[in-house]
Design a binder for this molecule. Structure first.
Ligand code: LLP
Length: 417
C-alpha cells in the first residue's frame, strides 16, 4: 500500500511514524490514511469518467464522522441502513438527495425520518416493506422515491456470511417476482419508482459474479420497461474485495470498463448509475496499532498476547478473516511462530494464527487492512472501551475519536432503585 509503508525500518502512514501516534494517543489505536481513501475513490471515478454515475459510500464499512467527512467533501453520496447512519452522515455534511437507504428491516420511524430529510432513494427489499413505505409517505403527504433490490441468484464466491445475492439469503426480491413487485409499486400513490438495485455480496475477488449479475439485472430492466415502468437509475451495489492476503480482486476501473461495456451493448450506457462500495474505499486505508503485552510459550502453540481484541477487530472471530500483522519497528533475528490473541475471555479471540514474528513485550504491531468493518463493528465486550482513531492527512494527524472511558459506558446504565 503506497501510503502505508516502512521508512527507515519504521511503519508509517503518509510518512508519519505510527509509533509516534501510538505514543501520543495510546493503543489500541486505529490510524487511517486520507490519501489512501481518495486513491481508492479515484479508481472508481476513473472508471466512470464521462458517465452519469453516483458513488454512494456504504458507510457501514466505517462510519466515523471524520471518515464520512472525507467522502462527503469528495462529492460522494452514501448508502445507509439505519436512522443512526442517516444522522451521522448528515452531521458529516452529506447532501440528503445523494443518500440511499438499504436494509431489510426499516422501521416506520426510520422511513419518516428519511422522507423528511429528503433522501434520494429507498432500496426496498420486500413487498411488505413496499406497502408500509407507501402508507408512511402518504401520511406525510409525500412520495417516496424507490428502487427494488433484486436478488439475481448468483454466487459471489465469498464467505457465506457475506454472500447476499443467493436464493437462500434474506435480501432482496426473487428474480421471478421482480416484475410483479414493480407493477405493484407503480400502482401505489405514495411511491415513485426511480430505479433498480442489486448487491450480491462482499469481499468479491472475481469479476464473473459481477458480469453475471449485470446480465440478470439488465434482463429485468428490459422486462420492467417493456411493462411501461421507467427506471431512471441502475444501482449495482458494492462488494468489490480488497487484498488481505494475496487476494487479487479486479481494479475498480478495470471491472467497471467491462460492466459499462455490457451496459452500452444493451443500450443502457446513458442511464444514471449508482454503486454502493464500502470495503474497497476504506479497507486498506486503515491500520490498528496494538502493543504486545505478554509472550506465552506453550507445548502446542506459542501465544503473543496483544492489547487489541475481538471487540476491536471482530473479523477474525466472526469470519476466520485474515489480517496481516506487521511490527512497527521490525527486529533483526530469528522469528517464532505465534497465535496472536487478545485479552478477551474466549478462545475465538484471536487476531492472527501461526504468524512468524520476532517480538518482545512492549513492541508495537500494526494489524493491516483494518479500515473496513473493524471500528464500525467494535463492541464493549468485556467492558473494554472502544479504541481511539486518527486520520492522517499528509503532515497532519487529526484525532477523530477519543478513546472511550468506563464513564462513557456506565453513562447509560443504572443500579436498580
Ligand atoms: N450495499 C449493501 C446493500 C450492503 O449490504 C453492503 C454490505 C454494501 C453495499 C457494501 O459492501 P462492500 O463494498 O463493503 O463489500 N462485516 C463483513 C461485511 C458485511 C457486508 C455487509 N453489506 C466483513 O467484515 O467482511
Amino acid at each position: 500500500h503506497p501510503h502505508i509503508a516502512y521508512q527507515d525500518n519504521a511503519l508509517c502512514v503518509e510518512g508519519q511514524a505510527l509509533s509516534a501516534l501510538a505514543q501520543a494517543h495510546g493503543t489500541p489505536l486505529f490510524v487511517y490514511s486520507k490519501a489512501s481513501m481518495l486513491d481508492a475513490l479515484a479508481a472508481y471515478q476513473r472508471g466512470f469518467a464521462g458517465r452519469n454515475a453516483q458513488i454512494c459510500y456504504a458507510m457501514k464499512a466505517n462510519s466515523s464522522l471524520g471518515v464520512l467527512q472525507v467522502f462527503a467533501e469528495a462529492g460522494c453520496g452514501f448508502d445507509i441502513v439505519s436512522s443512526g447512519e442517516l444522522e451521522r452522515v448528515l452531521a458529516a455534511g452529506a447532501v440528503p438527495a445523494k443518500v440511499i437507504f438499504s436494509g431489510v428491516g426499516k422501521t416506520r420511524a426510520e422511513m419518516r425520518q428519511a422522507l423528511q430529510a429528503g433522501i434520494g432513494c429507498f432500496n426496498v427489499e420486500s413487498t411488505a416493506e413496499l406497502e408500509v413505505l407507501n402508507e408512511v409517505a402518504l401520511s406525510l403527504g409525500l412520495r417516496a422515491p424507490i428502487s427494488i433490490r433484486v436478488n439475481p441468484n448468483v454466487d459471489p464466491k465469498t464467505h457465506p456470511y457475506i454472500s447476499t445475492g443467493l436464493k437462500g439469503n434474506k435480501f432482496g426480491i426473487a428474480h421471478e417476482d421482480t416484475l410483479a413487485t414493480y407493477q405493484r409499486a407503480a400502482s401505489l400513490p405514495g411511491l415513485q419508482v426511480v430505479g433498480i438495485d442489486c448487491h450480491i455480496g462482499s469481499q468479491i475477488t472475481e469479476e464473473t459474479p459481477y458480469l453475471d449479475a449485470m446480465d440478470r439485472v439488465l434482463d429485468l430492466v428490459d422486462a420492467i420497461e417493456a411493462a411501461g415502468i421507467t427506471l431512471h437509475h441502475i444501482d449495482f451495489g458494492g462488494g468489490l474485495g480488497i487484498n488481505y492476503q494475496g487476494d487479487t480482486p479486479p481494479e475498480a476501473d478495470v471491472l467497471w470498463r467491462k460492466l459499462l461495456a455490457k451496459l452500452d451493448a444493451r443500450g443502457y450506457g446513458q442511464r444514471q448509475l449508482m454503486i454502493e462500495p464500502g470495503r474497497s474505499l476504506v479497507g486498506n486505508a486503515g491500520v490498528c496499532i496494538t502493543e504486545v503485552l505478554y509472550l506465552k510459550p506453550g507445548e502446542q502453540k506459542n501465544f503473543c498476547i496483544i492489547d487489541a481484541a475481538m471487540n476491536d477487530l471482530p473479523r477474525p472471530a466472526m469470519y476466520q478473516a485474515f489480517h496481516h500483522i506487521a511490527p512497527l519497528a521490525p527486529r533483526a533475528g530469528t522469528t517464532t511462530q505465534y497465535d496472536v490473541v487478545g485479552p478477551v475471555c474466549e478462545s475465538g479471540d484471536w487476531i492472527g494464527r501461526d504468524r512468524d514474528l520476532a517480538v518482545q513485550p512492549g513492541d508495537l504491531l500494526g494489524v493491516l487492512s483494518a479500515g473496513a468493518y473493524c471500528m464500525s463493528m467494535a463492541s464493549n465486550y468485556n467492558s473494554r472501551g472502544r479504541a481511539a482513531e486518527v486520520l492522517v492527512d499528509g503532515p497532519q494527524a487529526h484525532l477523530i475519536r477519543v478513546r472511550e472511558t468506563i464513564a462513557d459506558q456506565l453513562r447509560f446504565e443504572s443500579r436498580i432503585a
